[in-house]
Design a protein around this ligand. Structure first.
Ligand SMILES: Cc1cc2nc3c(=O)[nH]c(=O)nc-3n(C[C@H](O)[C@H](O)[C@H](O)COP(=O)(O)O)c2cc1C
Length: 246
């Protein structure tokens, strides 16, 4: 009987040792987690996928508006705004934008394309009354303020949205410099303005005179500065009726 018990006990010990040894082998093959960790590239592969999706979307947007340039001149009045004269600024997420600058952004949201800010070497005063005097003197002198920004690759664009404030019932003088400096022959110019009540005055005709070989859309967008902050739907419906970007 003792012999039988000893044999059974030995068998149990041998089986237990075999089981331990098998566990140990599993432990050593813990490269399994490491093989799953070697699969960790998979999330980053999926994030690569996301990146390429974002990249593709971005490229599509560029292609959609690839032939469109949105050029604008705008002087946000950054000091306390004269409530009689009305505001020449829009505040978006804490950022102060000029009225025409804001319209340019809304247009870009609709049509894509590239934004181009027409800037001058001489900065304009941000204070309303000083700006009025400054601009009045420039007009009286028929000045051509030197531009500080230049369009790269004008050949890439065939539709030029052109935004500016009505200043003294005319184009701001930097717009004369701009329109005399570039040749938009064969291109389409689409004017837009945020103004203080006069609309475009004669500015569209002046653009036609300065760019006789361009097509100038006469049905430009004209928005009172009092309505600029709510102009999104006006921009959307104006764009939807423009033939040039259909
Ligand atoms: C120097 C100056 C002259 C202006 N002259 C006129 C004008 O003759 N007619 C008009 O409707 N608005 C006039 N305005 C108002 C601007 O057209 C209006 O505030 C515009 O929205 C400013 O645009 P911005 O913020 O993009 O510069 C004048 C504003 C300034 C600063």
């Amino acid at each position: 009987m003792k012999k039988i018990a000893a044999i059974i006990l030995s068998a149990i010990i041998i089986l237990s040792l075999a089981a331990c040894s098998s566990d140990g082998q599993q432990g050593e093959s813990s490269p399994a987690p490491s093989s799953s960790s070697s699969q960790t590239p998979s999330p980053s592969a999926s994030s690569n996928t996301n990146e390429s999706t974002v990249g593709e979307t971005f490229q599509e947007e560029e292609t959609d508006g690839g032939n469109i340039l949105i050029a604008y001149f705008s002087v946000p009045e950054t000091d306390g705004v004269d409530t009689v004269a009305g505001a020449s600024r829009v505040v978006v997420d804490g950022e102060v934008l000029g009225n025409n600058q804001y319209l340019a952004y809304l247009i870009q949201q609709e049509v894509g394309g590239d934004l181009f800010r027409i800037e001058t070497v001489q900065e304009y005063p941000g204070s309303h009354d000083t700006l009025l005097d400054f601009a009045y003197d420039e007009k009286a002198e028929n000045a051509r303020p030197e531009l500080a920004t230049q369009i790269q690759n004008l050949d890439n664009y065939n539709v030029i949205f052109l935004g500016f404030p009505n200043w003294n019932s005319d184009l701001p003088m930097p717009l004369y410099t701009f329109l005399e400096e570039y040749d938009f022959s064969g291109k389409t110019i689409v004017p837009f303005t945020a103004h203080g009540g006069s609309g475009f005055s004669r500015t569209i005709q002046t653009i036609e005179e300065l760019q006789p070989n361009a097509t100038v859309v006469e049905d430009g967008l004209s928005i009172s500065r009092n309505s600029v902050a709510d102009a999104q739907s006006d921009v959307t419906s104006w764009i939807s009726e423009l033939d040039v970007i259909q």
